[in-house]
Design a protein around this ligand. Structure first.
Ligand SMILES: Cc1cc2nc3c(=O)[nH]c(=O)nc-3n(C[C@H](O)[C@H](O)[C@H](O)COP(=O)(O)OP(=O)(O)OC[C@H]3O[C@@H](n4cnc5c(N)ncnc54)[C@H](O)[C@@H]3O)c2cc1C
Length: 394
């Protein structure tokens, strides 16, 4: 039974918790990460879940010294995007070059980013505790006590809950959340393509929901996120590999030739969730624990990394007296963080809602307007602007 004293305890060693831990440790803070699972590693075997990390995220992870640990052979750096509408044939495409960018973003397996961040955290002497689950907690004037299920005790001045969309800590704190079920599941799989993807991210807006075809490092490998109503996804999961490949090839408009499965298929429910309160005493939320959004524009991890960056900036800007933060200053910094990042999250949720309405509503009038809109130069400009802006900010 160990007693761990730390300035910041971060619950959850996902992308967001680990990035925050590294940013604080780089500036000499005492940080401890409590991860329910095992240590994160970059395995040679490819994993299914990927994220499209934007340039802002890449730049920050490079500053942290973690991006350098991601093998080049696992980075699907994309330089163009193509978006089309199945029903109306409307299609737009754009490249990084036309906006004077070297690239738009990078598709990487979540597990690879987490593995690199974990390795960097070890180098920076972050205390990494695995199989760590908080059993009970109590808050005092100057710190918080966390009792773990394994009998260990953690004493921290601040606790950050970065334990994902189903955050146990958010629930135990009783922080209220808004919730919307998109009525869709996202099917993910790794696919081999006949034609080279040329490092272009593609998205087809089908009548059932968006299908994303995301280029991986190998020129003939993509990761797909096929969003559709749960019954349609259940059907797709139940198909034989050959039937699935045929349906996917058709749904992709044969843009990369015949497609073949290179992995198992997995599905996740898609929902918007937003914590109305991110801060309570010495507890604060970050990443999916605070917000989850539809993956159609690939922004959830970028948004969470923005939280981690902003929170680290606030905390690193605070002075300490004998290693102790001044309580008023700490609360002021946390309120700044909450206000700024709630605004960013609401902006993203509203943008996803706009896309969702624009592309998914089956009303024939809206469909006609939608096709008209997507065909006009103005609409194309707006969609382009959204993705290019997103390339450069959290
Ligand atoms: C289908 C799909 C596709 C997506 N595509 C993209 C994309 O292209 N681009 C993008 O930016 N985002 C994307 N996202 C979103 C992105 O995956 C998430 O926003 C991101 O992974 C959230 O990271 P996190 O660290 O907050 O949470 P998580 O990744 O959920 O990590 C939470 C960590 O906390 C640990 N944990 C959980 N509970 C506890 C506990 N009680 N105690 C201790 N530890 C605990 C977990 O083991 C895990 O390690 C997608 C999401 C989905 C569903």
């Amino acid at each position: 039974m160990a007693l761990i004293r730390t300035q910041v305890a971060i619950i959850g060693g996902g992308m967001i918790g680990l990035a925050l831990a590294n940013a604080l440790a780089l500036r000499g803070r005492d940080v401890c990460v409590l991860e329910r699972g095992e240590a994160k590693q970059i395995t040679t075997k490819p994993t299914l879940r990927v994220s499209a990390l934007n340039r802002a995220a890449q730049n920050w992870l490079t500053e942290l010294g973690a991006w350098q640990l991601i093998p080049a052979g696992r980075q699907g750096t994309y330089t163009g995007m193509q978006v089309w509408d199945e029903n109306q044939g409307a299609r737009i495409g754009f490249s990084a070059e036309e906006s004077d960018l070297s690239h738009i973003g990078t598709i990487i397996e979540n597990a690879v980013v987490e593995g690199a961040l974990w390795q960097r955290a070890e180098q920076l002497n972050v205390q990494l505790v695995t199989q760590a689950v908080v059993k009970s907690f109590s808050e005092h004037e100057h710190d918080v006590t966390l009792e773990l299920e394994n009998g260990d005790t953690v004493l921290a001045q601040l606790v950050v809950a970065a334990d994902g969309g189903r955050s146990q800590m958010r629930q135990e704190l009783g922080l209220p959340t808004s919730f919307k079920d998109y009525g869709q599941h996202g099917l993910v799989a790794t696919i081999k393509t006949t034609e080279a993807h040329n490092y272009i991210a593609r998205q087809a807006f089908l009548s059932t929901g968006p299908l994303a075809l995301l280029p991986l490092a190998h020129p003939h490998e993509i990761s797909i996120v096929w969003s559709a109503p749960p019954n349609k996804v259940a059907e797709l999961l139940a198909l034989s590999a050959t039937d699935f490949e045929q349906q996917l090839t058709v749904a992709s408009d044969v843009c990369l030739g015949p497609l073949t499965l290179a992995s198992e298929r997995q599905a996740f429910p898609l929902r918007m969730q937003y914590a109305e309160q991110w801060l309570q005493g010495r507890f604060v939320l970050a990443g999916d624990a605070a917000h989850t959004i539809h993956p159609l524009a690939g922004q959830g991890a970028n948004l969470g990394l923005g939280d981690a960056w902003y929170l680290a900036e606030q905390l690193n800007g605070l002075g300490t007296l004998q290693g102790q933060w001044n309580n008023d200053q700490l609360q002021r910094a946390l309120r700044h963080y909450e206000r700024a990042r709630k605004t960013a999250a609401v902006r993203h949720i509203a943008a996803m809602e706009g896309f969702h309405q624009l592309f998914l509503i089956q009303n024939p009038i809206i469909k006609a307007v939608r096709a008209l809109g997507l065909n006009t130069t103005n609409r194309a400009r707006a969609v382009k602007r959204f993705f290019i802006n997103q390339a450069n900010q959290f």
